[in-house]
Ligand binder design. Structure first.
Ligand code: SF4
Ligand code: SF4
Length: 429
């Protein structure tokens, strides 16, 4: 059981031991191999879900001790959930892998990221401006200096990784606590911006707020919001993920709203799917039931507010990349495609394998940059083959990866968040 400082809810932790029934479901069929990006890349069994499930079993039985080498084996996974989707036996390998990361880190220690960033910075909203400033300075130095200690792996084929711009004032600080609906109010929503829309991709956050309010929603911004906890959770740090979950639950459940809207696939899937597991209890279930993806909310409830195409407007060719945590995590699959098909001024073209992982996966691309690019190459080829001028998606981690991929392979193709595209075609901004 996890030790938590504040949680008073009935916990439903997912220690590896508790996932033994899932591990035992694996019938070793290999059905998870064809869709696994890391296995497709290396062809090593330990890079496939089946191999990792067997490693988790050995760890659990004490046949393999926790070690940095074993940690690296479990870390070399995008948590894309393609294996979980493909598994005919219901073994949910992606969940087993995250729990195995936790088990190994309990044995070898968490290091600086876990003990400082996850424990002290991300759960503390007052610390975020300092992290953003450090990221801003770090990314500037990385782009202008020929070499920085520890950053050599982010130069591949002579080109450096493309980094987004970091801001030192938050998006939320630009707005009042409630942005009122323009015209007749249809609903009241809270917007969970997530760290990336708040500090990095602020244009997409402005797009979400503007579109929701012009479509008839009062939009509440919650100043006590902290990181959703995804970086900690996917690194197997359930204690700090639970701490962040608890803080957000408290902050958002104090609001009387119809929905809590997310515009980041990873935040959304963690808030909706993982918080009930981390926290348990009726409040976490109620919170989860209110979480809705921005694109889904538009299509399900606010579509009549989006002007229909007249057929006369000049068209831009747009394709869509399905973020894994949105399509496999939140199960939002059809809505984004339907939304783009109905937008005035947009010719929607479907790329091949739109739901294949882009290779970004947050910390994966930081730890295994060259592999992340290699996995993303197929995505870049599919985008180019679609003939699109713009690729849109709804995940900041995918956005960063696609920006990097397009800079390398297709410099003419723009990468936008769905909300940015909507703002562009509907309001010209
Ligand atoms: S989550 Fe994705 S990368 Fe990891 S084992 Fe499963 S299919 Fe492979
Ligand atoms: S994890 Fe599922 S798909 Fe993969 S080998 Fe085991 S039973 Fe088969």
């Amino acid at each position: 059981m996890y030790h938590r400082r504040h949680v008073k809810l009935s916990p439903m932790p997912k220690e590896l031991k508790e996932l033994e029934p899932l591990i035992n479901k694996c019938v070793l069929c290999g059905g998870c191999h064809p869709d696994c990006p890391t296995y497709t890349l290396s062809r090593y069994e330990h890079d496939a879900a089946r191999g990792k499930v067997l490693l988790a079993q050995a760890l659990l039985k004490g046949e393999l001790p926790p070690s940095p080498e074993l940690a690296q084996k479990f870390d070399h996974c995008l948590t894309c959930m393609a294996c979980t989707q493909a598994c005919p036996a219901g073994a949910d390998p992606a969940k087993v892998i995250v729990a195995a990361r936790n088990e190994v880190r309990k044995g070898i220690g968490g290091g600086f990221i876990r003990n400082f960033i996850f424990a002290k910075i991300l759960p503390n909203r007052l610390a975020m401006p300092f992290l953003a400033a450090a990221m801003k300075i770090g990314s500037r130095l990385f782009s202008i200096l020929p070499w920085l200690p520890g950053m050599g792996k982010f130069t591949v084929g002579g080109d450096k990784k493309i980094l987004p711009e970091f801001f030192t004032t938050s998006l939320k600080s630009e707005y009042p606590q409630v942005v009122p609906a323009a015209g007749k109010r249809l609903m009241r929503v809270a917007y969970f911006t997530g760290c990336m829309a708040d500090w990095v991709f602020q244009k997409s956050g402005r797009g979400v707020i503007g579109i929701l309010s012009s479509a008839g929603a009062d939009v509440l911004l919650v100043k006590d919001e902290v990181c959703c906890g995804a970086p900690a959770y996917f690194s197997g740090d359930m204690v700090n993920a639970g701490l962040m979950a608890e803080k957000n639950l408290k902050a958002f459940m104090a609001m009387e709203v119809d929905y809590i809207v997310t515009s980041c696939a990873t935040c959304g899937s963690v808030l909706k799917e993982i918080y009930p597991e981390l926290l348990g209890g009726a409040d976490a279930q109620k919170f989860s039931a209110k979480i809705i993806d921005f694109q889904k909310l538009l299509v399900d409830r606010l579509m009549p507010k989006i002007p229909a195409p007249t057929g006369a407007e000049p068209k831009i060719k747009v394709t869509y990349h399905d973020p894994c945590h949105l399509s496999r995590g939140m199960k939002v699959v059809a809505e984004p495609h339907r939304l783009l098909q109905k937008l005035p001024g947009v010719e929607y073209v479907e790329m091949a394998d739109a739901n294949a992982c882009c290779g970004g996966a947050g910390t994966f691309s930081a730890s295994f940059y060259a592999d992340s690019l290699e996995i993303g190459k197929r995505k870049a080829q599919n985008i180019m083959a679609s003939g699109a001028q713009i690729v849109v998606t709804e995940c900041p981690s995918c956005q960063m990866q696609l920006m990097d991929l397009m800079a390398r392979y297709a410099p003419g193709v723009k990468v936008l968040h769905t909300a940015e595209l909507l703002a562009k075609v509907l309001t010209g901004r």
